[in-house]
Design a protein around this ligand. Structure first.
Ligand code: PMV
Length: 322
């Protein structure tokens, strides 16, 4: 009745923003990402036969009520689908700053889904685990498969899942996450998704997402960095345009984010293979080729607004480790 799983975070090249079904977390559009090796969560789940309530410890401390409620809600969905009637003891460790645009919820819910299923003795396929993880956080569905991963939008619980489009060794991409602020963000992505449709730009973003995903997938499979960089930056900018024009507006960019976006474009025009993408936070993910990573990291170190840099190569999928 006990199992531990590890899952990496992921960074989306084509973003997920907005749901067609809030409860099932069916996304408004398909998305494409890469897992981030080493930026992970490890979670142990123990189903407790004599307990009705769940407990949650994050990084050694008892989690607040809000976090526990979210995890319990997710466990309710799992209990219903796996036929379990007990409470769970959940102990989770993250090795990167939470809530600052490094998708901690993706790694957390992927690890939680995989550990909870393993602890219950359920033998589920990768696709089924991806669907379960999605119920906790949409992007968590993409942290279940390995390497470069696509999440098909789907219309039901069973057909909205992620799958690997290329193994982690396919292309030597590195994510240098330039930390502009490591504080917890004001409005989380969960609330953000619900307001996406209040922006007049969301409909056009969703309508054109499939074509950006096709371009991005092709560039990835052909290792065409110029085409990849153009579509990744455009897709990130379009998502932030939706965020900024939602009601209420969501501005995740800080002045430092803009400084970095400008620098990255300049460095690319000088020949370095690097592009930027930002999630629901101010930190700038600088996606680059391994050959250029040291030079870019050195340059990031010279930018006054950068408080630190995390480096990740392409990571594997979620695994049971104990
Ligand atoms: O999975 P959530 O609800 O944390 O949403 C993630 C949304 C973005 O990170 C902004 C985009 C993405 O596709 O990961």
């Amino acid at each position: 009745m006990k199992a531990t799983a590890r899952a990496n975070s992921n960074i989306a090249f084509i973003k997920y923003w907005g749901n067609t079904d809030e409860t099932l977390r069916l996304p408004a559009n398909a998305s494409l990402s890469m897992n981030l090796d080493g930026l992970h969560t490890e979670t142990t789940v123990t189903w407790q036969q004599d307990e009705q309530h769940d407990t949650l410890t994050i990084n050694g401390g008892i989690a607040d009520d809000r976090a526990l409620r979210r995890v319990s809600q997710f466990l309710d969905a799992l209990r219903q689908r796996l036929g379990i009637r007990y409470g769970a003891r959940v102990v989770s460790h993250n090795n990167f700053p939470m809530g600052a645009g490094i998708a901690s919820s993706a790694a957390s819910f992927a690890a939680l889904a995989v550990a909870a299923a393993a602890a219950a003795g359920a033998r589920l396929t990768e696709r089924e685990l991806s669907c379960l993880a999605r119920l906790g956080s949409g992007s968590a569905s993409r942290s279940v498969p390995s390497g470069f991963v696509e999440w098909r939008a789907g219309e039901t619980h069973e057909d909205s899942y992620a799958f690997s489009v290329a193994p982690r060794v396919h292309w030597g991409l590195i994510d240098l996450v330039a930390l502009v602020s490591s504080g917890h963000k004001a409005v989380g992505s969960r609330e953000g998704h619900t307001s996406a449709s209040t922006s007049d730009f969301q409909a056009i973003r969703v309508e054109t997402a499939a074509s950006r995903l096709d371009i991005c997938r092709r560039a990835l499979l052909e290792r065409d960095f110029a085409a990849f960089a153009e579509v990744v930056e455009r897709d990130s900018d379009m998502m932030h345009a939706v965020m900024m024009t939602s009601r209420p507006p969501l501005f995740y960019w800080l002045p430092g984010s803009l400084v970095l976006m400008d620098q990255v474009r300049r460095w690319r025009s000088e020949g370095l293979r690097v592009c930027y993408t930002l999630d629901a936070g101010p930190n700038v993910h600088c996606i680059c080729l391994a050959e250029d990573a040291n030079e870019i990291e050195a340059r990031l170190g010279q930018v006054a607004e950068v408080q630190g840099v995390l480096r990740a190569t392409t990571g594997g999928g979620a695994v049971v480790i104990g």
